[in-house]
Structures are given as C-alpha cells and as structure tokens.
Design a protein around this ligand. Structure first.
Ligand code: EAX
Length: 338
C-alpha cells in the first residue's frame, strides 16, 4: 500500500514539474513588448543607446522581446517616466543620476561638483564595486539598475555674457535639473536657480524666462540650445551619468533566461553608448562654434575658485547623501585611473 502511495506521489510530483517547465517555456515563448522612454532627441547618445539596446535585445531573443523607443520626452519628463516605471506602465528609461537622487538620496553623491577628472576615471568608478553597489539600492524603489551610460561633463551656457571668473555667474537666472544639489550649487555661486525638466528648457531659454543652463556639449547640440544661447563656458563642473533602469514590476515577471539576455544587451549597449557619446562630444564643440556660439575655456584657477566657493554646499550634500557613502565614493575615485 505504502509503495503505491509513494508511486502516486512521485507521479504527481513529475506532472507538477513538467507543468512548471512547460509553463516557463510557454512564458519565455510568449512575445514581450516593452516601452523605452528617453528625455532627449533622437540624435543624442541617450536615445542612440536606447535604440542599440532595443536592437540587441531583439536579436538575442530572436525577435521575441520587442522594445519600442520613444525619444524626446514623448512619454513624459525624466521624473514622470521614473514614476511610470515604478508603477509598471513603462519598462525602461535612462535618466541622469541627479533626478534619481530624489528617489535614492545616495545617488546625489555623483553630482558633487568637480569630483571626476576624466571619463576614464568615471567609467572605473561607475563600473566598479561602488557604482554597482549603488545600482542595488534602486530595488527598494521598484527599479532595477542595469548600467551607467554617459551624458558627459556639464558646461555652462547663457545669453548674457562669457563666464570667465566665478563672479560672472552672479545674478543669472539658471535652469537646473530637479535636484537640490544642483539648486544649491548655482545658488552658492550667486545665481538664481530655477529647476525644471529638460523638455521645458528650450522654450524657457527662448522666452528668456531663464538666462542660462548647464549640460554637456551633446545636449546643447541635440536640443539646439545654440539657437537661444550665445555663450558657452567650459566650467566642467560635474560629470553626469545616465542610469539605464528597468521597472521592477516588469523585471520580476521575466524568466531567468530573459533577464540574462537583457543584462548582456545592457552591457554591450553601454560600450556602444559611451563610445558614441565621446565621438559626438569630440565633434560637438567645433560644431557649436560654427553654429554661432562664442565658446571660452574657464581656467583651472577659476574652476578651483568655484570649487572653494562651493565648499559649504559640498559639505551639506556630503552629509545629505551620508558621510559613509561620500567616503566610499571619494575612495573609489582615488583608486580609479585618471
Ligand atoms: O538626463 O535634465 C538634464 O539637463 C539632463 O542632462 C539630461 O536631460 C539627461
């Protein structure tokens, strides 16, 4: 009798396992559709990276996972898209670390001014243990951090005057990202900081609602800010990364095999995105000058003066992100090759 029971138990178990395997196979056999929203135009490396990522996922899944890219804030601002990912109504986006800092305060550490000396150093920090440990913090906010892409070193543009010395920033109405560090940074230099999403910025510059903004060359070019900004001064006050993130609600439904292929695609897309960003950035300065911008290099001495003026802001935000996080960040920078 006992043997009979054992046999029927084994039989039931075998059927359950078979159904589960079939179920998984069926799940991974189903077509998956996903939306990837970017806040910048088609020509910007953020969107170029998104399209490469979508192409790689399509190829690695044999056409089963279809990611559609919506550029230029068609799906909303960086913060609205982050909310959509958290709610599970959008699957991917790649915002600056600055706006993510509103969800995970430690991400504010990446915006501490004048921290990085080169893209090479930034790559080492973001791809190393510190950067990867930061991605893990996104899970608590229903987000999955997949990789760091490049936005680049941020420079200052305005319609009033060249920025030659720190004092030249005083009194200017400066658009900042929606992030308290950036607001304090420009207030700390005597400007009037006005936070807003990047997709509202062109019209704010055109109507002179703001005099100035700060972004890498590639954003100035892709957003055609050269039409409404006369002066570009190479402050290089921060290196900005964009984080390729997925909705955790979407991610948790994927099979292990699909997660793996998406992670592989993210890694390959990151190499392409950074290389493309650097190639376009190298050409953008000359193209912006040809488009009529008056470009001046801010001296290292003046950049150092700005950094000194910003010490109270840096101290405030080191405390805000957590002294331990700040310590680990600067230790990672010190170890990274320049
Ligand atoms: O996230 O908002 C900004 O100025 C950012 O540099 C850009 O949109 C990439």
């Amino acid at each position: 009798m006992k043997a009979l029971k054992l046999l029927s138990l084994r039989g039931a178990l075998a059927i359950t396992v078979a159904v589960l395997c079939l179920g998984t196979a069926a799940a991974s056999a189903d077509e998956i559709k996903a939306k990837f929203g970017t806040s910048l135009p088609d020509s910007h490396p953020q969107t170029l990276g998104a399209r490469k990522f979508a192409e790689l996922v399509d190829k690695k899944s044999n056409g089963r996972i279809k990611i559609t890219v919506y550029s230029g804030a068609q799906l909303g601002s960086d913060q609205q898209m982050q909310a959509a990912l958290r709610g599970g109504t959008q699957e991917f986006t790649a915002p600056s670390t600055a706006t993510l800092a509103n969800l995970v305060k430690e991400f504010g550490v990446f915006g501490l001014p004048f921290s990085f000396a080169s893209e090479k150093q930034a790559d080492a920090v973001f791809d190393g243990p510190f950067g990867q440990s930061m991605l893990a913090k996104l899970a608590d906010k229903d987000l999955v951090g997949l990789a760091y892409w490049e936005n680049g070193f941020r420079h200052f543009t305005n319609s009033r005057r060249p920025i030659v010395k720190a004092e030249d920033l005083a009194g200017l109405k400066v658009r900042t990202m929606q992030n308290t560090l950036y607001i304090d940074l420009f207030s700390g230099l005597g400007s009037n900081a006005i936070p807003m999403p990047v997709n509202e910025l062109y019209s704010a510059l055109e109507t002179k609602a703001v005099d100035a903004q700060e972004n890498p060359f590639t954003v100035v070019q892709a957003q055609k800010f050269f039409d409404v900004q006369k002066y570009l001064s190479t402050t290089g006050h921060a290196y900005d990364a964009q984080v390729l993130i997925a909705s955790k609600k979407f991610w948790d439904k994927l099979s292990a095999a699909d997660k793996k292929l998406i992670q592989e695609a993210a890694r390959e897309a990151t190499l392409y995105q950074r290389q493309t960003s650097r190639e376009l950035n190298a050409k953008a300065r000359e193209e912006l000058a040809k488009a009529g911008m008056q470009i001046n290099d801010v001296s290292d001495a003046e950049r150092q003066r700005m950094r000194e003026k910003l010490q109270p802001v840096i101290a405030k935000h080191q405390a805000a992100v957590g002294e331990e996080t700040a310590k680990e960040f600067f230790a990672a920078i010190a170890k990274a090759p320049k």
